[in-house]
Every structure is written in structure tokens, then in C-alpha cells.
Design a protein around this ligand. Structure first.
Ligand SMILES: NC(=O)c1ccc[n+]([C@@H]2O[C@H](COP(=O)([O-])OP(=O)(O)OC[C@H]3O[C@@H](n4cnc5c(N)ncnc54)[C@H](OP(=O)(O)O)[C@@H]3O)[C@@H](O)[C@H]2O)c1
Length: 231
């Protein structure tokens, strides 16, 4: 990406874990104005001040995809067009077994797949019109058919849906707006736990790379460690 053009990036779930590492990594480049989105307004303000470099904190709760769509419309009206969207926020309902409740499945789908879909729809239209955009959906190997969908059912189904969202919207938005999925690996966060093998910074590397792809970069694919992986 040319350093002449300052882009605006919005990262969901910026207040901790992989999202905070992605937000810090993007802000550190110096050519990106960062909107650090968090579910709670206080967390958004706190993480923006932690990240620094002119970062603006914005409250963005993804529990209701319709409300999230309205909220990003307000965010764009206040802060200008978003060029880079990182759908990082996610929930893991750690329940294995076919008796998963419909409520847990619906909540997982809302936060992990349907709200990201609404955000790409809402922000992607402007990116397409302006002829430039990057969308990164932070997915998981547990959402990969190829890897057997081996995670807790509500989580695996929601991440497989996010992968479908990635491919579908990449086709809809066209080559100038690149929509890819990233698998961060097993990362030491509240979700990944203390035994995980990677740091948040390691987990953030591929999402940051996809968020700043050059114009001849790929779209509609999934990557881990900057390497194409099957889904
Ligand atoms: N850690 C891993 O090993 C691993 C592996 C594969 C994929 N991933 C994916 O990586 C992404 C980041 O995970 P992480 O490990 O950093 O998890 P984390 O530490 O648990 O952080 C999750 C983030 O998502 C936010 N979030 C949850 N529900 C939300 C909602 N309704 N609205 C807005 N934000 C919401 C959380 O906000 P609050 O603080 O307000 O709850 C938090 O910022 C997720 O999509 C996850 O599925 C992680």
C-alpha cells in the first residue's frame, strides 16, 4: 500500500487479545488512521488511548447484526469512509455435543458471522464505489471442512459460515476490494487459554498482512502464516 494515501481501518474487538495486537500493528505503520472498535464504550476509549498514534475508540456491539449495521453507518458519518475492515471479534461457546442449544448457536452465528456479513455489506459498498478496500475475517481451522469442523459445534458452524461469507462477498465486491479469511493459529488470549502456543502478535501477523495487501494480492481465500490453507 502506498504511504502517500492515508487509509482508515476499523478493527472489531480491539480491546484485547488478537484484536488489540492487530490494532496496534496497523496503527504502528503510520499510514493508517485506526478506529478501534470494542463492545463497550469505556473499553473502546481505554484501548484507543493504549494504542495511541491518533487512534479513535468506537463502541460497536455485534450481538445484534441489524444494530451493528446502523452503528457502523454512524461511525462512517462521524469519522469518514472505512477502507479496511478487520472482523476480528468473536465468541467461543465451549460446549461440545449435539445438544448445543439453539440460543448458543444463534448467538455464535450473530457475532461470528452475521454481524461480520452486515459490516462487510455496509462498508464494502463504499469501498467498491471508491475502487479500493480490504476486508479480513478472522476465522479458525475449527471452521474448515477440510480440517473436519472439529471445534465446539456452535463455534465451528459459525466459523464455517464466516468462511462462506468471505468467499461470497469477495465475488460480490470484485477484485479492487479484497476479502480474505485468516486463521491465527492457537493463540494465548482469554479465548485461546494460557497453554496456547502463539502470542497475540504472532496471531495478528496474517490478518495485518491481509489488511494491507497490494493491489495484485489475492481475494476470496483463507490464509494461515501468510500461506494459503484449504477451507
Ligand atoms: N485465540 C485463539 O486461539 C483463536 C484461534 C482461532 C481463531 N480465533 C479467533 O480470533 C478472534 C479473536 O479471538 P481472541 O483469541 O483474541 O479472543 P478474546 O481474547 O476472547 O477476544 C474476543 C474479542 O471479541 C469481542 N467480542 C465478543 N463478543 C462481542 C460482541 N458481541 N460485540 C463486539 N465485540 C465482541 C470481545 O469483546 P469483550 O472484551 O467486550 O468481550 C473481545 O474484544 C476471534 O474471532 C476468534 O474466534 C482465536
Amino acid at each position: 500500500m502506498s504511504t502517500k494515501h492515508r487509509r482508515t481501518a476499523l478493527v472489531t474487538g480491539s480491546n484485547r487479545g488478537i484484536g488489540l495486537a492487530i490494532a496496534k500493528g496497523l496503527a504502528a505503520r503510520g499510514d493508517i488512521m485506526l478506529l478501534a472498535a470494542a463492545r463497550l464504550a469505556d473499553d473502546a476509549v481505554a484501548c484507543a488511548s493504549d494504542i495511541g498514534r491518533g487512534t479513535v475508540g468506537v463502541a460497536l456491539d455485534l450481538s445484534s447484526p441489524d444494530e451493528a449495521r446502523v452503528r457502523v453507518r454512524e461511525i462512517e458519518a462521524e469519522h469518514g469512509p472505512v477502507d479496511i475492515l478487520v472482523n476480528n471479534a468473536g465468541v467461543l461457546i465451549d460446549h461440545y455435543g449435539a445438544d448445543v442449544s439453539i440460543e448458543d448457536l444463534e448467538r455464535s452465528l450473530a457475532v461470528n458471522a452475521v454481524a461480520p456479513f452486515a459490516l462487510v455489506q455496509e462498508l464494502g459498498a463504499g469501498m467498491k464505489e471508491r475502487g479500493w478496500g480490504r476486508v479480513v475475517n478472522v476465522s479458525s481451522g475449527w471452521g474448515s471442512f477440510e480440517e473436519g469442523l472439529t471445534g465446539p459445534p456452535a463455534y465451528s458452524i459459525s466459523k464455517a459460515t464466516l468462511n462462506a461469507v468471505t468467499l461470497t462477498l469477495a465475488q460480490w465486491l470484485g477484485p479492487a476490494v479484497k476479502v480474505n479469511a485468516a486463521g491465527p493459529g492457537w493463540v494465548r488470549t482469554r479465548m485461546g487459554g494460557a497453554s496456547a502456543t502463539r502470542t497475540p502478535e504472532e496471531g495478528a501477523d496474517t490478518p495485518i498482512w491481509l489488511a494491507t495487501l497490494p493491489d495484485d494480492g489475492p481475494t476470496g481465500l483463507m490464509f494461515r502464516d501468510r500461506t494459503l490453507v484449504p477451507w
